[in-house]
Design a binder for this molecule. Sequence first.
Ligand code: PDD
Length: 286
Amino acid sequence: MTRTVYVNGDYLPETEATVSIFDRGFLMADGVYEVTSVLGGKLIDFEGHVLRLQRSLEALDMAEPCSRDALLEIHRRLVELNGIDEGLVYLQVTRGSDGDRDFAFPAEDTPPTLVLFTQNKPGLADNPAARKGARIISIEDIRWGRRDIKTVQLLYPSMGKMMAKKAGCDDAWMVEDGHVTEGTSNNAYFVKDGVIVTRPLSTEILHGITRKAVLRLASEAQLKVEERLFTIDEAKAADEAFTTSASAFVMPVVEIDGVSLGDGTPGPIARRLREIYLEESVKTAI
Ligand code: PDD
């Protein structure tokens, strides 16, 4: 089925949607993005994603393409036009184009480029991969220093994913100065003796929207959470581990660098958090 996508004010068939070859998103990775999940045709944590988008734009001195209400309208219309029950809405804003290539930013009145499209993912909530758990490898984190800004510079995370695939695994966790930063497209956690451990927020990791919700739900469920730096060896010695992201929710991790965690199946805390998260998200979806 040809998707209907959104580009700068227009809803178009994906085959007719175009962006300039001079767009700074294309030439300089000068753009930011958000991925919002859809369950039961409704948006999960829309407000969190819009707030983080505004924060990313502000950090890069980029103009807001439109209001929160207009963004909500575009998201909802795309979900409806494409008949999405379970899936994702991808949104990208770039600094646009003034018709040439230049390292200096274009004039301030250059309109940003705004693109949104949907991805249909039936079975996103009841994902067989979550029942199996993910096998991960660790790799060095060589990304730039402002990982809290959700930019479209995703080459290294893509390479990390390919390194994992090549090793017969599902994903990679990145390590910097001896400590785990995050996964290629998710935040990282391990559980030891009932305590959930994850790296604290800083410019070194993305401030995950799912992370925030899951940590709140964990505290409400009387689970202990410690936000601190941790090593890959601590994670390997853990009872269980998991990741969080808008596209995979809570994903159990069952193996790190060839070492099985617990009995090698998804751990009870990861399974429970996935359940609670999905239940709560569907309740508050808009
Ligand atoms: N990735 N860390 C990184 C590096 C990410 O790319 C993501 C999300 C997260 C989790 O953030 P959130 O919970 O807000 O999705 C953490 C999205 C899903 C992606 O690139 O597709």
